[in-house]
Design a protein around this ligand. Structure first.
Ligand code: NAD
Length: 468
């Protein structure tokens, strides 16, 4: 490990956020030593391996390989890393609690509190603690109370939410729209801690893109940013239902609307629905916070974004069943894509899970293909979502290692993830190996529908009439 006379950063949590974020800090700040720690030996071993890293992100492997062992280290020695660190990022998972009194769901801060208690126990010198995980408003305050209870040393807690998107994590980290740092700016030590973190990001981020706020604004901004992004997807998906019933084309509508510079074109793509570990979790957290503040109508407003997403997935499945002559029982259906979006192997809250679970409930036979998701992950996700046991599921589900294998003998192709490679498939070949009539349900509107119809497919797309 690096010399202790250099500035030492530790990051607790070597996941989708901790790993890539620290790799980029190490790359951009060669004079700083960065140690990423985790309770999972398996994850740390994978970060230290010569083969595949534990997560797939374009550009990540190069960033890790160029810094690992120089000023970037992965370890399970959590206490050792805490002890020598000047600054500790906490990027542990903050999942949603399963139950709640209202529609909202609080964030489960168990892992955060365990990390904070560990820091409090081990730390002997002053430390700056950086909230990287997405947490509810006032978490920093609660964490400071836990940290200060030991009375051994002084802590500053900063909020520095992460806005990276999976699939483009390296690009987002290297060229962020903004860096948000919340701290106690009324206090001299608080301001100094904020300035220290500003200094680190200033190695590669223009100063005007680094904004500093009070802690609560920063904590809330992360939840609100995810709400706005998801809200745009749910809004255009609501419009897609109108389009399917009226003859309008949702892609034409979103282009026309998005060209208004006040609205903008990003996140206006209709689809089977958003997924990922963050949107639903963070919105349900906003709903919970609103409910706990007695703001019932506001909570309901936030909640509709999640309800609309569930509705969209259900509408998509209904369209598949309806299209296949009102029954999918015993029919083979090829599922193209299982990750929640392209360029990641992450399946958390993926729309594909709901689609597969619903089709399996109807006793369809699924053949699933995804270029990056591991077979064991697909089994785990479907087993968790379905009421059926593994033996029953094995009779209904097969996982293929190629899209052609999945398409062989199927009545329909269902696109659940927008992988680029799906646009380049040999559809003449696919048509020849499918049952007829051959259906395509494009849940991401990425295929050339006109061409596919000319070939002889029956094509259903999101927000488009069946026969344009
Ligand atoms: P993740 O599950 O991939 O990683 C979290 C890691 O923390 C796991 O490896 C786990 O073993 C480890 N961990 C948990 N408790 C620990 C402890 N006490 N000590 C040491 N290690 C511990 O999660 P993630 O996707 O990286 O998300 C982390 C946080 O960042 C969450 O709050 C999430 O909402 C937020 N976030 C995620 C994304 C994203 O795209 N994934 C984007 C922005 C923000």
């Amino acid at each position: 490990m690096g010399s202790t006379s250099r500035f030492q950063i530790c990051c607790i949590g070597a996941g989708y956020v901790g790993g890539p974020t620290m790799a980029i800090i190490a790359k951009k700040c060669p004079t700083i030593d960065v140690t990423v720690v985790d309770i999972s030996q398996r994850r740390i071993d994978a970060w230290n391996s010569e083969a595949d890293l534990p997560i797939y992100e374009p550009g990540l492997k190069e960033a890790v390989m160029n810094t690992r062992g120089k000023n970037l280290f992965f370890s399970t020695d959590i206490d050792g890393a805490i002890e020598k660190a000047h600054m500790i990022f906490v990027a542990v998972n903050t999942p949603t609690k399963k139950d709640g009194l209202g529609a909202g769901r609080a964030a489960d801060l168990t892992y955060w509190e365990l990390a904070a208690r560990r820091i409090a126990k081990v730390a002997k010198s002053p430390k700056i603690i950086v909230e990287k995980s997405t947490v509810p408003i006032k978490t920093a305050e609660a964490i400071l109370t836990v940290l200060n209870a030991s009375g051994k040393t002084r802590f500053q807690v900063l909020s520095n939410p992460e806005f990276l998107a999976e699939g483009t994590a390296v690009r987002d980290l290297e060229s962020p729209d903004r860096i948000l740092i919340g701290g106690n700016l009324k206090d001299e030590d608080g301001t100094a801690a904020v300035e220290k973190l500003v200094d680190i990001y200033s190695h590669w981020v223009p100063r005007e893109r680094i904004i500093t706020t009070n802690v609560w604004s920063s904590e809330l901004s992360k939840l609100v940013a995810n709400f706005f992004l998801a809200q745009r997807v749910s809004s255009i998906n609501a419009v897609s239902a109108l389009c399917e019933s009226s003859g309008a084309d949702v892609d034409e509508v979103s282009t026309a609307v998005g060209l208004d510079s006040r609205i903008g074109s990003k996140f206006l793509k209709a689809s089977v629905g958003f997924g990922g570990s963050c949107f639903q979790k963070d919105i349900l957290n906003l709903v919970y916070l609103s409910e706990s503040m007695g703001l019932k109508d506001i909570a309901e407003y936030f909640h509709w974004v999640v309800k609309m997403n569930d509705l969209q997935k259900e509408r998509f499945v209904s369209r598949i069943i309806h299209g296949l002559f009102n029954t999918v029982t015993g029919k083979r259906i090829a599922i193209l894509g299982f990750a929640f979006k392209k360029d990641t192997g992450d399946t958390r809250e993926s729309a594909a899970i709901s689609v597969c679970q619903r089709l399996v409930d109807e006793r369809a036979h699924l053949d699933i293909y995804d270029p990056k998701v591991e077979e064991s992950q697909i089994w785990q996700d479907i087993s968790t979502a379905s009421k059926m046991d593994r033996l029953e599921l094995e009779k209904l589900i097969h996982i293929s290692s190629s899209p052609y294998g999945a398409a062989q003998g199927s009545h329909a192709l269902v696109v659940c993830t927008e992988w680029d490679e799906f646009q380049d498939l040999d559809f003449e070949k696919i048509l020849s190996i499918m049952e007829k009539p051959a259906f395509i349900f494009d849940g991401r509107n990425i295929l050339n529908h006109e061409y596919l119809r000319k070939l002889g497919f029956v094509v259903y797309a999101i927000g488009k009439p069946l026969d344009p």
